[in-house]
Design a protein around this ligand. Structure first.
Ligand code: 5GP
Length: 196
């Protein structure tokens, strides 16, 4: 998605060969117009798949998921990273190791909001090693629901999350695929042919 790639190029900061900071439009300040376009693109990609729920994880997954769920006309659920005092319902729980925070958190979703009838589109901001995605998939499976596919805003293709998910048979739609962050430069997968 060209608009997103431009934002990454112009407004992203490469913190290391592994980590990209995008808190000016996605992870802290939110560019709502860009996130609306991102959400619409996810909705377009999954429009024929009979999606009944969009599932993401707080907090950075919510902005790009919002328009996807709006256009698909289905509810948006975000998994919680901290159990809320008001969350007295039965919950599905999965453990997720955070790539950026280097700690393991329980993520939870109320059993009221996912059931065996659901066909779920999972959306997240980044795909690195796939831990967040696998945690969300685990929650969908606990509900005996179906994973229709995964929508990822920024995939770091040099890490193994995508391959892990493909090996498990899941459809992965990433709107920007980063080949490398080496030497402070962002190279996208679809630019490789033109560089050579
Ligand atoms: P994974 O679970 O696939 O290893 O990592 C994905 C999660 O870690 C995302 O939900 C995102 O919050 C965070 N993450 C992974 N890599 C990056 C990165 O380069 N930049 C930012 N801002 N977050 C990342």
């Amino acid at each position: 998605m060209e608009l997103l790639k431009q934002a990454i190029r112009n407004r992203g900061n490469v913190l290391s060969n592994q980590v990209l900071k995008v808190d000016s439009f996605l992870n802290h300040q939110v560019d709502t117009k860009l996130m609306a376009e991102v959400g619409k693109e996810f909705a377009r990609l999954f429009q024929s798949d009979g999606i009944t729920k969009v599932l993401t994880i707080e907090s950075s997954g919510i902005a790009p998921s919002f328009l996807a769920a709006t256009v698909l006309d289905v509810p948006l659920i975000f998994a919680r990273k901290k159990k809320s005092l008001t969350m007295t319902d039965d919950v599905y729980v999965s453990q997720v190791y955070s790539f950026t925070k280097q700690e393991t958190n329980d993520i939870t979703v109320s059993k009221n909001f996912l059931s065996a009838k659901d066909n779920v589109l999972i959306i997240d901001d980044f795909l690195a090693n796939g831990q967040a995605a696998l945690g969300l998939i685990d929650i969908v499976k606990q509900a005996n629901a179906n994973v229709a596919g995964l929508g990822i805003v920024i995939e770091k293709s040099f890490q193994d999350g995508r391959q892990r998910l493909l090996d498990l048979g899941y459809r992965v739609e990433s709107l920007a695929r980063i080949h490398s962050l080496e030497n402070g430069n962002v190279t996208f997968v679809d630019e490789l042919a033109s560089i050579k």
